[in-house]
Each structure stands twice: as structure tokens, then as C-alpha cells.
Ligand binder design. Structure first.
Ligand code: F0G
Length: 352
């Protein structure tokens, strides 16, 4: 039986005999071949569907471990700033561990599903008028003076847990892909993947990918080389103007011979619709930034024909129903009569 990441990858994690076994059976997510997009783009493309983690995003990979280590150190409460997914994961794992979660969110700027999760898992929710960067600054200061463990990705145990996704990819493919495409917000995940690929390279002799990270254009601090005071993008998950792991992300890019580039909201929405409609995978807009980037890099030659590319779908599309409803052409046919329905279907099928 699969029992989660602590059990599976203990030898790769800084575990002690006092680390509690906290698990929601996170990880072990599928690497889905994106057949139609592969054909269209002329590459071999897979989507690692992190939206199938227990709280619907990749955050579970880091959170089980950050919370376990917080409990190990005697903490009774954890705190985080979040654009939504971290708060959902923190809330769920805090509940499993029997500690309190305080989550600080930018008011009105997190997707509905994520807020609903934090509420249901029983977190204390604090909304501030500022953005994620301001929320993170505040919780970092609070964690200095108060008896709470900070579980944002500045906590090194988060990256330790998140690196396991790179292990799974190498195990599934037998090697690393040529290119790993990933959205960049606070820049923790790209740093964690690179750490994971390097560790597997050293221990198992698997290859190293080129790391291609993608920021949203209105929040592209690393690409522009400056802090963005008022980040804006439809992809609220990555609406971040001063990434905490900036330097680590640049190191991942440079050591791997990769790139960090930006994608517009239009490119994000195009990829968001495309992967659902063409390959049957519904991801949240922030996740679609990586696919938008793959499409851009195939066009400009940064990804070459025939290469194997893994794009990380960091969060489930169900997290953000508002964007789905607002950004698609909705046609719902209201019918109450069986015959009308039969005729409608018959005509439809006949025209296929
Ligand atoms: N994709 C999704 C769905 C996210 O929720 C995030 C970050 C990212 C990508 C970017 O990952 O920050 O490691 O570069 N969400 C954080 C949160 C900030 O609070 O949920 P990153």
C-alpha cells in the first residue's frame, strides 16, 4: 500500500527517530502523456499532474515534512502567507498533526476553492489588504518573535519534501527529461526540483534536465531583474513580485543551462483552455503558465523538435472555478423534454 512521501523517500530526507509520521498519502502523482499537444508541438510532452495531491496542489509534498519537523521541534502552531494553495495544505496537515494553522492571505485575491479548503480544514484565516509579498514579510517577522513555526518555502524542509517530485519523474521515465517546464511564483518549487534532479543524478546516475521556469508577465521579477511592487496577473497563485527563493531559482536556471522567461495572461489562458479541451487535463491558471511557456519555447527554438519535455501542472483546475466560468464560452442547453433531448443528440451524433 502506498503510504506517502515520508515512508517512500525517508533515506533522502533529513528524518530523525523523533520525526512524526504525518501523511495524507501525498505524492505518487501521474505523469500523463499529453498526446494531442505532443503531436501539435512536435515534442514528447508529459504533464506531471500535481493537482492530484490530497489538497489538490504540489504544496502537500513540502507541507507534510514542514509540519512534521515543526511538531518534532515542539511547535503547537504553524503560520504561513499564501496565495491560496499553501494555506490549504498547511491547514490540512496541521489538522492531521493536531496543531493550529494561522494562514495570512491577500484579501480578495485567492481562488474560491482554496479559501473553501482552508475554512473546511479549520485554519484561522487572516486577510490583509496587501499582496502576498507583504503577507510573507509580516509572517516572517511574526515567526521571529512568536512561538509559531513558519511553513512557507523559506522553511528548508518544504524544499526537501518538494524535491521528491523530481525523483518520481526520473523513476517514471528512467531518466530526467530534456526539459523541465515549471511555473515560478515565490521560486521555491523550481529550486526544489533542481535539488531533486541533482540528488538523483549523484545517487542513481540519472541525467539532468534544462530547467525552464515561467513567471507571469505582470509579476516577472526575476525576468526583469527587479522587485515588482504591484504584481498583477490572472494567475493569482503566482501573483508574487519579490520571490523569496530568487537566488536559488537563478542558480537552477544557470547550472542547468535553462531559462526563466515570462508569459502573458493571454498565453496562460490559451494554454489553460487548450490542455483541458485537447488532452483532458484541467489545471489551474498558475499551472498553465508552464505549458504556455512550453508553447512559447517551441516557437522560439529554446525547446527543439523531438525533445522530451515534462511540464508541471502544480494545481488542480477545480481550485479556481471562477476563472473557468469567466474565461470560457459557456453553452448550456436547457431542455426538459425527453424527445427534444433525443432529437438534439441524434442530430448532433449524425453530424460527427
Ligand atoms: N503553481 C501554483 C498552483 C501555486 O500555488 C504556486 C505557489 C506556484 C505554482 C509557484 O510555486 O512559489 O514555489 O514558485 N503558490 C504559493 C501559495 C505561493 O501560497 O500557495 P513557487
Amino acid at each position: 500500500m502506498y503510504e506517502g512521501l515520508l515512508k517512500k523517500y525517508a533515506e533522502y530526507l533529513p528524518v530523525t527517530e523523533n520525526t512524526p509520521m504525518i501523511s495524507l498519502c501525498e505524492g505518487n502523482t501521474p505523469l500523463i502523456p499529453l498526446k494531442n499537444l505532443s503531436k501539435e508541438l512536435g515534442i514528447t510532452l508529459y504533464g506531471k499532474y500535481e493537482g492530484l495531491n490530497p489538497t489538490g496542489s504540489f504544496k502537500d509534498r513540502g507541507m507534510f515534512f514542514a509540519v512534521a519537523k515543526a511538531v518534532e521541534s515542539g511547535a503547537k502552531a504553524i503560520v504561513c502567507a499564501s496565495t491560496g494553495n499553501t494555506s490549504a495544505a498547511a491547514a490540512a496537515y496541521a489538522t492531521r498533526a493536531g496543531v493550529k494553522a494561522y494562514v495570512v492571505i491577500p484579501d480578495g485575491k485567492i481562488a474560491l476553492g482554496k479559501l473553501a479548503q482552508a475554512i473546511m480544514y479549520g485554519a484561522e484565516i487572516i486577510a490583509i489588504p496587501g499582496n502576498f509579498d507583504e503577507a510573507l514579510k509580516a509572517v516572517r517577522e511574526i515567526a521571529e518573535t512568536e512561538d509559531v513555526a513558519l511553513v512557507n518555502s523559506v522553511n528548508p524542509y518544504r524544499l526537501e519534501g518538494q524535491k521528491t517530485a523530481a525523483f518520481e519523474i526520473c523513476e517514471d521515465l528512467g531518466n530526467a527529461p530534456d526539459v523541465l517546464a515549471i511555473p515560478v511564483g515565490n521560486a521555491g518549487n523550481i529550486s526544489a526540483y533542481w535539488k531533486g534532479f541533482k540528488e538523483f543524478h549523484e545517487k542513481k546516475g540519472t541525467s539532468l534536465p534544462r530547467m525552464h521556469g515561467f513567471e507571469a508577465e505582470g509579476a516577472a521579477a526575476i525576468v526583469k531583474g527587479e522587485v515588482i511592487e504591484q504584481p498583477e496577473t490572472i494567475a493569482t497563485a503566482i501573483r508574487i513580485g519579490n520571490p523569496a527563493s530568487w537566488k536559488l531559482a537563478e542558480a537552477a536556471r544557470d547550472e542547468s543551462g535553462g531559462h526563466i522567461d515570462s508569459v502573458t495572461d493571454e498565453e496562460i489562458l490559451n494554454a489553460y483552455r487548450k490542455v483541458a479541451a485537447q488532452d483532458g487535463v484541467f489545471v489551474e491558471p498558475g499551472s498553465a503558465a508552464s505549458l504556455a511557456g512550453v508553447i512559447q519555447h517551441v516557437k522560439n527554438g529554446k525547446i527543439k523538435a523531438g525533445e522530451t519535455v515534462v511540464t508541471i501542472f502544480t494545481g488542480n483546475g477545480l481550485k479556481d472555478p471562477d476563472t473557468a466560468m469567466n474565461e470560457s464560452n459557456i453553452t448550456i442547453h436547457k431542455m426538459s423534454d425527453l424527445e427534444e433531448m433525443r432529437q438534439y443528440l441524434r442530430n448532433g451524433v449524425a453530424s460527427l
